[in-house]
Design a protein around this ligand. Structure first.
Ligand SMILES: *Cc1c(COP(=O)(O)O)cnc(C)c1O
Length: 361
């Protein structure tokens, strides 16, 4: 018997599958598999991160005060209620490590983001999967699954990979129905793309057990720089800061995120194009006879007749140099998730799918 044994749960973790980024034979594939900003980061963010590189011999800020202050000003919150992480993934990890352990349960939903389960198992706690209703998070099903052992409930709103949005009233009903001993985590990775939803910020301001996570990886185009943040009650922030590495964010990451946040013109332009293009992409997919829910994010989920049809379309797109995501591991085997690209990218995707599904004109 081996002498060296990892903590319980760790060997149950299936490695995270990122969006594919290469196809053999295509030097520059069109990558629409990871919900990245197709226009890239703000040029001002690139310049700010690059300038900070010259200071790489210095340790970065440990408390991220400047970045937290900028975030607080941009969102109308208190800087002391903000914590920054190496992507929002790190915040999710902190929450599980701090509040869940062996014997505790953490709820995520059927098509929920993979990190909830991974971080739960890493903390030695038990993930509890709750069914969704036609690709929408089901508040009643979550409330029915809560037990005395439930410590955390994770939902993303808008959700990934479904792109669906629950109305604020439903999120409020969920918060109201949870025991005070259980933290509701509202993952807001795509909040900016939804119109008229505050990401649960008001709830997190007024409840002791609601926490929101946000990221610079999607709209702000900084997925490679790794900056996310959390917002919530001071008591939770204090706990998470105790387990946060003192230098978790690098100097270039902090500088890049601050400059990205300040470039509001860039962000507004990206948002405007995304809103137009996701409507066009959704409409185009429906015209091809594919199912597609309204998207509140920067990607759409196309539904095919069955898994084989989704795989055939995926193979065809790859042959055309286009990478999308087959969310099989998210229990959506008949679907393809397609990030909304630049207008010309979306035209290319729709043309390729038309060619594949309807044959040569
Ligand atoms: C992309 C994504 C994240 C963000 O991850 P980062 O670690 O901030 O890059 C978080 N939640 C969901 C649902 C996502 O899709």
């Amino acid at each position: 018997m081996t002498q060296i044994t990892p903590q319980p749960g760790i060997l149950d973790i299936a490695l995270y599958q990122g969006g594919q980024s290469q196809i053999d034979g295509h030097a520059e594939p069109l990558k629409l598999s990871s919900n990245e900003n197709p226009f890239g980061p703000s040029p001002k963010a690139i310049a700010a991160a690059a300038a900070e590189m010259a200071m790489m011999h210095r340790y970065p800020s440990t408390d991220h005060r400047d970045l937290r202050t900028s975030i607080a000003e941009a969102h109308g919150v208190q800087a002391d209620n903000v914590i920054c992480g190496v992507g929002s993934d790190e915040i999710i990890h902190f929450l599980c490590q701090a509040y869940a352990g062996p014997g505790d349960e953490v709820i995520h939903t059927e098509h929920g983001f993979a990190m909830y389960r991974i971080s739960t198992l890493a903390a030695g706690a038990t993930p509890v999967e709750v069914a969704e209703r036609d690709r929408y998070v089901d508040v009643d099903a979550i409330l029915a699954a809560v037990t005395d052992a439930t410590r955390l409930v994770f939902i993303a709103n808008p959700a990934n990979p479904t792109a669906t949005l629950l109305p604020t009233a439903e999120i409020t009903r969920l918060a109201d129905g949870l025991p005070k001993s259980c933290i509701l985590v509202l993952d807001g990775a795509y909040v900016e793309f939804s119109e008229g939803y505050d990401g649960g910020q008001t709830l997190a301001e007024t409840r002791e057990n609601v926490f929101v996570t946000r990221t610079f990886s999607k709209l702000y185009g900084l997925g490679g720089l790794r900056v996310g943040w959390g917002y919530g009650p001071r008591a939770i922030i204090d706990v998470l800061n105790r387990i946060r590495g003192p230098f978790n964010l690098s100097g270039p990451a902090i500088a890049g995120a601050q400059a990205a946040l300040a470039d509001t013109d860039w962000v507004a332009q990206c948002l405007r194009i995304n809103a137009q293009e996701r409507v066009r992409l959704t409409g185009g997919l429906r015209q091809l006879g594919l199912g597609c829910d309204d998207s509140a994010a920067n990607f759409v989920l196309a539904r095919f007749a069955d898994q084989a049809a989704a795989e055939d379309a995926d193979t065809y797109l790859k042959a055309q140099g286009i990478i999308v995501r087959h969310p099989k591991s998210y229990k959506l085997p008949n679907c393809l998730r397609i990030t909304v690209g630049r207008p010309e990218d979306n035209t290319r995707v729709l043309a390729a799918l038309t060619q594949h599904l309807t044959g040569p004109a």
